[in-house]
Design a protein around this ligand. Structure first.
Ligand code: NAD
Length: 260
């Protein structure tokens, strides 16, 4: 279905991004992985994905909290592969602390990566998409693009902002064959969630087991974590011709969380 298309999935060395990369590669897309981490681990991930799917899988390891690094990443893709058809803005970080203790440098990093990087990838990828009359922009937002939780000021602000960016871009590109949508996952057990459990326990004065039961899964009506494959399946659908009229949306995949 996606043969001949080139996809970039930012932050795809682990978690949700890697799941989406799998799904797009299975559909035949050439996939550029991006993210931070140990070089030999990343090469093993890249090689495994290529072996599993038979797709052409590349890795470009830019730190996307820097606008210059984003520009180099997009330029390298266009030089090496000649096009960028599917842009999945997924790289993101979290920090959990009460507002009065929230470190300003964490605020700056979260806004730069979760929101700023998406602005820069989109502004740089759109000219080629418009020229070819086809494109798919998928922003991995969060249920926190729709509702808030305490102690996550920067993250919630960045994800609400990312949804606003998604809607704006969707309207600008609607007559050019380019769609833009936000996937809004509930909790998925990835390194990002594992890392916040101790800080959430500290901020709320409860145990880590209570964080999982009473905080993370409290509003998720299914009482289970969302699976990365479920998010990959939605991303692949959004890239299909059947999804050509789906644009400017927030698509919750949250086990019923935001239905409350
Ligand atoms: P993760 O920690 O497993 O993956 C994050 C990815 O981003 C990794 O590949 C990491 O290397 C990369 N990354 C981190 N800093 C980077 C930087 N400066 N430049 C480039 N890459 C960088 O996390 P995840 O849970 O898979 O999160 C992926 C996205 O999904 C994030 O945007 C997150 O906000 C969102 N999300 C996650 C959940 C969840 O419950 N896990 C829920 C809703 C939304």
């Amino acid at each position: 279905m996606l043969n001949g298309k080139v996809a970039l999935v930012t932050g795809s060395t682990s978690g949700i991004g890697l799941g989406i990369a799998h799904a797009l590669a299975r559909e035949g897309a050439t996939v550029v992985l991006n993210g931070l981490g140990n070089a030999s681990d990343i090469e093993a991930t890249r090689a495994q994905l290529a072996a599993d799917t038979g797709a052409d899988i590349r890795f470009i390891g830019a730190d996307l909290s820097s606008a210059d690094a984003v520009a180099s990443l997009i330029a390298q893709i266009e030089t090496d592969l000649g096009r960028l058809d599917i842009l999945v803005n997924n790289a993101g970080v979290q920090h959990v602390a009460p507002i009065e203790d929230f470190p300003p440098e964490k605020w700056d990093l979260i806004l730069a990566l979760n929101l700023g990087a998406a602005f820069h990838t989109i502004r740089l990828a759109v000219p080629g998409m418009k020229q070819r009359g086809w494109g798919r922009i998928i922003n991995v937002a969060s249920a926190h693009a729709l509702v808030a939780s305490p102690f996550k000021s920067a993250y919630v602000a960045s994800k609400h902002g990312l949804l606003g960016l998604t809607k704006t871009v969707a309207l600008e590109l609607a007559e050019h064959g380019v769609t833009a949508n936000a996937i809004c996952p509930g909790y998925v057990m990835t390194p990002l969630v594992q890392k916040q459990i101790p800080d959430t326990a500290k901020a709320r004065g409860i145990s880590e087991e209570e964080v999982i039961r009473d905080v993370l899964l409290a509003s998720q009506a299914t009482k289970r974590f969302v699976e990365v494959d479920e998010l990959g399946a939605l991303a692949a659908f959004l890239c299909s011709d059947g999804a050509a009229s789906i644009t400017g949306t927030a698509l919750p995949v949250d086990g019923g969380w935001t239905a409350h």
